[in-house]
Design a protein around this ligand. Structure first.
Ligand SMILES: [Zn+2]
Length: 101
């Protein structure tokens, strides 16, 4: 779970979900009100999580010979898994990272 770089309080899963899913890179710490940014490394991990979950969906589809419609019905399950796991990957920084740092 992410820890605020300013006040070192750990955010709860629920707080992280609420801050992450408007997809605004700026997240306000619920404890100190300081603006925090998700670090690039953690965004990359989030991308890997999404990639892995969709890869698993393809594997399941092939392995069990599920129709396209059947695998589409698995999509909400995959999205829930991503939703549940994503806050564990979020790491914070007090400054927005540029391309060169
Ligand atoms: Zn804070």
């Amino acid at each position: 779970m992410p820890i605020c770089e300013n006040c070192h309080n750990k955010w709860s899963w629920k707080q992280t979900i609420k801050k992450t899913f408007p997809l605004d890179p700026r997240m306000t710490c619920p404890y100190c009100g300081e603006t925090q940014y998700q670090i690039q490394k953690s965004k990359t991990k989030g991308g890997f999580l999404i990639g892995t979950v969709f890869f698993l969906l393809l594997l399941i589809q092939n392995f069990f010979d599920i129709s396209v419609a059947g695998s589409l019905s698995l999509l909400p399950v995959m999205l829930i898994i991503i939703f549940l796991l994503y806050p564990f990957l979020v790491e914070l920084n007090s400054r927005e990272e540029g391309i060169f740092n």
